[in-house]
Design a protein around this ligand. Structure first.
Ligand code: PLP
Length: 390
């Protein structure tokens, strides 16, 4: 059977208009390296998200790497510190922890929310200096309580919000609970800049360090007063100022093409989230009637901005049955994110022995997801609902 419903339907929302706008931009732009388009996207994204600062980078993975390095540069995290993470996550949520000398501590997830719950955190928090929580597939657990637990214990709390742009709980957008949060704009995520990511924070000092850590460790993108301070303290004269590197960094600088796309797609974000939420509710309405699946609980959330619908079957045999049904109906599927990340070869190689086997493993064995695209047709919605019927 040919694929009828793909995981990723198109490169952009409103593909035709966006491609036409992009072609005109490429034809007319005088500059392609990071400039006005990127700055505007950062300002507007920060406003939309309701945070003071947004730093645009080349991907969600780069956002995670730059953020952890910036916290190490500021001595808020130290090599050897233990950092909790969600077992249901993406490789490059955990990899920066390992690469930068931190000790990853896996946390299990609540089966009905697919996210770390206060109970999952409770038994480990005494050991942790940091928590890099993933808000999985548009959902969260009791993230307000998790924030309070981290504050009470002095644990640095970060959100990997690469899968949950637009979701809301406790009157707040996800991505606004942690000291900083990261976002991905890879094709197929909520909005696409082809490749791209963002780091948000309300913290001045962290923002300045992120600006240096994103590009070479130099001061060129800092506010003037901060440049003056650094140059004075380090005895740097004007001739060398542009070529002085103050701290450990990467080059994770986006291009104006990514910035242009960010500005174009951000205008559609409310519409994208609204449509995806509508699809999600429809899928959930059908799925809840099927007792072959574990039900999802999102009653504590005001808005679920979901970009892929997860199905967790009550047995492995049932999972095989429904995956086959998808195949026979031309519906493309994949594991839920990447399954239990602590089962992955890289994790065994570098952090072996620190696995949790619980719900994450069950989701790994019995789960799959299909895409929730904002431009699904009636026909495609009907096929997907048919999959969820018993
Ligand atoms: C939770 C999570 N973190 C990080 C990333 C990495 O984002 P990117 O593909 O933009 O590098 C992803 C990608 O899907 C993700 O799901």
């Amino acid at each position: 059977m040919d694929i009828r419903v793909r995981l990723i339907k198109s490169a952009f929302y409103k593909e035709k208009e966006t491609r036409e706008g992009l072609a005109a931009f490429v034809r007319d732009a005088s500059l392609f390296s990071m400039d006005r388009e990127c700055r505007k996207f950062e300002e507007d994204f920060a406003k939309k998200q309701g945070r003071r600062f947004a730093v645009f980078v080349t991907s969600g993975s780069a956002a995670n790497l730059v953020l952890i390095q910036a916290l190490l540069n500021l001595d808020r995290l130290r090599r050897g510190d233990k950092v909790g993470f969600s077992s249901l996550t993406w490789s490059t949520n955990v990899m920066p922890l390992i690469q930068l000398g931190l000790v990853p501590v896996p946390l299990d997830s609540n089966l009905s929310t697919l996210n770390v719950s206060p109970r999952d955190l409770e038994e480990k928090i005494g050991d942790l200096q940091g928590l890099f929580l993933t808000n999985t597939l548009g959902f969260c657990d009791d993230i307000g309580k998790i924030k309070s637990m981290c504050e009470a214990k002095g644990v640095v709390f970060l959100e990997d919000n690469c899968e949950s742009l637009g979701s809301k709980a406790g009157g707040r957008l996800l991505g606004n609970f942690g000291e900083a949060s990261t976002f991905s704009f890879f094709v197929g995520h909520h909005m696409s800049t082809i490749e791209g990511g963002m780091i948000c924070t309300d913290d001045d000092e962290l923002h300045n360090m992120l600006l240096m850590t994103r590009i070479h460790g130099w001061d060129r993108n800092l506010p003037g007063t901060e440049q003056d301070r650094l140059r004075r303290e380090n005895g740097v004269d004007d001739f060398y100022a542009k070529y002085t590197f103050y701290d450990l960094a990467f080059n994770a600088r986006p291009t104006e093409i990514n910035g242009f796309l960010g500005n174009a797609q951000l205008g559609y974000l409310d519409e994208i989230v609204f449509r995806r939420e509508g699809n999600y509710k429809l899928f959930n309405y059908v799925a809840r009637k099927n007792d072959d699946f574990f039900p999802l609980d999102f009653s504590h959330m005001e808005l679920v901005s979901n970009f892929a619908y997860p199905v967790i079957c009550k047995s492995r045999t049932l999972a095989e049955k429904y995956r086959k049904k998808c195949q026979e109906n031309g519906v493309e599927t994949r594991p839920i994110i990447a399954g239990d990340i602590s089962k992955q070869p890289f994790y065994r190689k570098y952090a072996g022995g620190t696995r949790v086997s619980g719900n994450a493993e069950l989701v790994h064995e019995n789960g799959f997801y299909f895409g929730n695209n904002p431009e699904l047709t009636e026909d495609e919605l009907r096929i997907l609902c048919g999959i969820l019927e018993k």
